[in-house]
Ligand binder design. Structure first.
Ligand SMILES: C[C@H](/C=C/C(=O)SCCNC(=O)CCNC(=O)[C@H](O)C(C)(C)COP(=O)(O)OP(=O)(O)OC[C@H]1O[C@@H](n2cnc3c(N)ncnc32)[C@H](O)[C@@H]1OP(=O)(O)O)[C@H]1CC[C@H]2[C@@H]3CCC4=CC(=O)CC[C@]4(C)[C@H]3CC[C@]12C
Length: 265
């Protein structure tokens, strides 16, 4: 698709029907995130968010490794001086700062997946990983805490004991460990992670887009504001959606025993 370690932005885009493939493209540096790559990934997610034709994004990495984490040499001075900020057209891929994405995100991961890569997984909806994937939260060995969401989401997904074991030591863990700790959905043979992620994306893209967004909104609200806040909004979400053309189409398709064709309205 593109040369390793090339391209100013270092993130590729490809539209396949309703699916948007977003590729980390700095393989020569093990897909370490410098500021150009952080910015371009955020912009790609912004493009996805604003394009109504697109119903599911798949984030993957060119080359043999997902990411070696942050390019500390390039980024530390910028973070120290407060000089790194996403442009207004971008969406934070880690869901740390607002606005939050409203559309689904599937991840395909292989090889080395350090720090920021784990945190991208934890901010995605579905993650498929290759059996050769290996993970580590190295931040405390570089003098910083995990700051892309793991202090909240790793503990939620895996429980305190496992999350602290890996975040406080920087110890490496395997694909099987990631599955056991419920950080990911599935482990597949190397090379199958992207095709399998695309299968999930195709299924999501066939579902009703407004219902997909409402599902995410409710789940995000539960995570951010607590269960009561999310439960109190469920009826309103339902009554808003029940009047849409997509609900009529879903019912008609069921009656006529055919695939629904949802328009997102
Ligand atoms: C803070 C959060 C993240 C922190 C970190 O990621 S710390 C960890 C940094 N990574 C490392 O230390 C790994 C170093 N590399 C290795 O160990 C090895 O290279 C390897 C095992 C990965 C591979 O080994 P290898 O033998 O196969 O290959 P090599 O020969 O070693 O390397 C080949 C080639 O690649 C280069 N390379 C490798 N790694 C790196 C790297 N990390 N950086 C640069 N270059 C690398 C190597 O030099 C070789 O190059 P060559 O030219 O051939 O010599 C952040 C996580 C998320 C962020 C937040 C996101 C949300 C935010 C929004 C905001 O608005 C504000 C900011 C923020 C909150 C943001 C803040 C920062 C995060 C929290």
């Amino acid at each position: 698709m593109s040369e390793a370690n090339s391209g100013a932005g270092r993130v590729t885009r490809e539209q396949r029907g309703a699916i948007f493939l977003i590729g980390l493209d700095r393989a020569g540096k093990r897909n370490a995130f410098d500021s150009a790559m952080l910015e371009d990934l955020a912009l790609a997610i912004g493009e996805y968010e604003r394009n109504d034709e697109l119903r599911c994004a798949v984030i993957f990495a060119h080359g043999e490794n997902f990411t070696a984490g942050l390019d500390l040499l390039e980024l530390t001075p910028k973070l120290v001086s407060g000089g790194f900020k996403y442009s207004d057209l971008g969406i934070d891929p880690w869901g740390v700062s607002r606005p939050r994405r409203t559309k689904p995100m599937v991840l395909a991961v292989q090889g080395t997946c350090w720090t920021a890569g784990i945190e991208l997984i934890l901010n995605a909806d579905i993650a498929v990983i290759a059996s050769n994937a290996r993970f580590a939260h190295l931040e405390v060995l570089r003098g910083i805490p995990p700051s892309g969401g793991s202090t909240v989401r790793f503990t939620q997904a895996a429980g305190w004991a496992d999350a602290m074991r890996y975040m406080l030591t920087g110890e490496e863990f395997s694909a099987e460990d990631a599955l056991r700790m419920r950080l990911v959905n599935e482990v597949v043979e190397p090379g199958q992670e992207l095709p399998r992620a695309l299968e999930y994306a195709e299924r999501i893209a066939k579902a009703a887009p407004l219902a997909i967004k409402a599902t995410l909104r409710s789940a995000f609200q539960a995570r951010d504001e607590g269960h009561d806040a999310a439960l109190s909004q469920l009826n309103e979400l339902l009554f808003t959606l029940i009047r849409t053309d997509d609900v009529r189409e879903g019912v008609m398709a069921m009656m006529q025993k055919r695939e629904p064709q949802f328009q997102g309205r």
